[in-house]
Design a protein around this ligand. Structure first.
Ligand code: BG6
Length: 388
C-alpha cells in the first residue's frame, strides 16, 4: 500500500512516498503523482520489490518512473541491502587493508552464497507460484550480495561510485546458454518432509498452488565473474524454501598452501561471513596442536559476533533503508541499470526452463535441496558448508 513520510533536509521539507503495491500499479501511481505535480525535487519514491517480472516489465516500470522522477528520486528497495550484516561486507572489504590483497583469483578457490529458509510459501502460494525462487531471491538478493563480494574498490563512498562498480560485476557475469543452464543450474521443488521435528506438507499441497505446478522453490547455480580479478573462480549461489535451517552466509574458500611442510591434514583457510540468523565472521585457520618436529596442525577459528559487539547501535533493515530514503542516501538502493542487468542475466535461465520438458527436481522438506545441488559443486571438487 502506498504510504507517505516527511522529513527535512537542508531546511526544506522532503516527502517520501513508499509504494509497496503490486508492480503493475507503479506506472499508473507515478504518472498520477506527476500529473498532480507531486514530482518536485523534494519528492522521493520508494519502490518495493518485486520490481517487475522480467526484463521487459522492469524496463517498462523504469521508463515510466524516469518520465516522472529523476533517477536520484527513485529508491528501489532490496531489503537485504538494509541488513547490518550486508553493510558489513563493504566495511570488511574496504575498511580493512587485510583482505583486499587476497581478494582475487590467485588466493581464492571459490565463493559460495547461501540464502536458506526453513519456511514454506505460507499464504503467498499464488504470488510465489508466478514468481519462483530465481525471481524471488536470486535475481535480487543473491546477485546484490555477489556484486558486493566481487566489485572493485569504488573510488569513494558516493552512491553512484558504488553502483557503477556493482553494475560492472553484473555485466561481467558469464552469460547462460541452454547448455550451461542444463549443466550449471539446479532447480528443485519441496515435497513433504520434517522440519524441527514437525511434519510439513509439500509445495503442491500448499494453499493456492496449482496441483501440477512446475514452480521452483530451490535454485543452486554456478557462475563466473569474467574479469582479471576473478577469471575461472566459481561463484555458487543457492537459495530455497523448506530447507534444513534458516541460514544466510557467504563462504570464501581460500586456496590451499602451495607447498605443505607440516605432516597431517592441511585444511585451506576459509572465511565465513554470517548474515543471518547470526551476524558475524568466522575465519578458519590452521594452528599447531603441540610442539616439536612431529607437531600436527589442527583447525581453529576466530569468531566475531557483531550482534553482540554493536547491539545497542543496530537498527532493523527496513528502518535503516527508510531513514536513508528520508535522508536522500542512495547507497543502499538499487539503480535501474543494475536491476535491468540482473534481469538480463537471469532471463536465459527462465527461457531454458520454459522449454525444458523436465520440471524441478524433488527434495524433501528439511533437507538441503536436491542431490544434484551437491553434485554441482562436487564436479569442481567442492562441498557446501554443511557437508564439510
Ligand atoms: C523476500 C522474498 O524478498 O525475502 C521472500 O519475497 C523471502 O520469499 C524473503 O522469504 C526472505 O527475507 P529474509 O530477510 O527473511 O531473509
Amino acid at each position: 500500500m502506498p504510504a507517505c513520510a516527511t522529513g527535512s533536509t537542508r531546511g526544506a521539507d522532503t516527502v517520501v512516498m513508499f509504494l509497496a503495491t503490486s508492480p503493475h500499479l507503479f506506472p499508473v501511481i507515478c504518472e498520477q503523482l506527476g500529473a498532480a505535480g507531486l514530482n518536485t525535487p523534494r519528492i522521493r519514491v520508494v519502490l518495493e520489490k518485486p520490481l517487475g517480472h522480467d526484463l521487459a516489465s522492469a524496463q517498462q516500470i523504469n521508463r515510466i518512473v524516469a518520465s516522472v522522477f529523476r533517477e536520484d528520486q527513485a529508491f528501489r528497495i532490496d531489503h537485504y541491502l538494509g541488513k547490518p550484516a550486508v553493510q558489513n561486507l563493504s566495511a570488511l572489504r574496504f575498511g580493512n587493508a587485510l583482505f583486499e590483497p587476497l581478494w582475487r583469483r590467485e588466493c581464492i578457490a571459490n565463493i559460495q552464497i547461501t540464502l536458506a529458509e526453513g519456511i514454506g510459501v505460507g499464504t503467498r502460494g499464488d504470488f510465489y507460484d508466478r514468481t519462483g525462487a530465481l525471481r524471488d531471491m536470486i535475481q535480487n538478493h543473491a546477485l546484490q550480495l555477489l556484486t558486493m563480494i566481487a566489485m572493485e574498490p569504488p573510488p569513494s563512498s558516493d552512491a553512484d561510485a558504488i553502483r557503477d562498480e556493482k553494475l560492472k560485476v553484473l555485466k561481467s557475469l558469464k552469460p547462460f546458454t541452454p547448455q550451461s543452464v542444463a549443466r550449471d543450474v539446479v532447480r528443485g521443488q519441496y515435497k513433504a518432509g520434517t522440519i524441527d521435528g514437525k511434519a510439513v506438507r509439500g509445495y503442491l499441497d500448499e494453499a493456492k498452488v496449482p496441483p501440477d505446478s512446475r514452480c521452483e522453490t530451490f535454485v543452486a547455480l554456478r557462475t563466473e565473474v569474467q574479469n582479471w580479478r576473478w577469471a575461472s573462480v566459481p561463484f555458487y549461489l543457492r537459495t530455497g524454501k523448506r530447507l534444513a535451517e534458516r541460514e544466510a552466509h557467504i563462504v570464501v574458500n581460500f586456496r590451499e598452501v602451495p607447498h605443505p611442510i607440516f605432516p597431517g591434514a592441511n585444511r585451506a583457510n576459509q572465511l565465513v561471513i554470517k548474515l543471518q540468523p547470526e551476524d558475524g565472521l568466522e575465519l578458519h585457520l590452521m594452528a599447531a596442536k603441540g610442539s616439536g618436529p612431529s607437531e600436527l596442525l589442527a583447525p581453529v577459528s576466530l569468531d566475531l559476533d557483531f550482534d553482540k559487539a554493536f547491539a545497542s547501535e543496530r537498527v532493523g533493515g527496513y528502518e535503516r533503508l527508510l531513514l536513508d530514503a528520508i535522508a536522500g542516501r542512495l547507497n543502499l538502493f538499487v539503480r535501474s541499470d543494475e536491476q535491468e542487468q540482473a534481469w538480463r542475466w537471469v532471463e536465459p535461465v527462465l527461457d531454458a526452463w520454459a522449454r525444458d520438458p523436465n520440471g524441478p527436481r524433488p527434495y524433501a522438506a528439511g533437507s538441503w535441496g536436491p542431490a544434484a545441488s551437491s553434485a554441482l559443486v562436487a564436479r569442481d571438487g567442492c562441498t557446501w558448508a554443511e557437508e564439510q
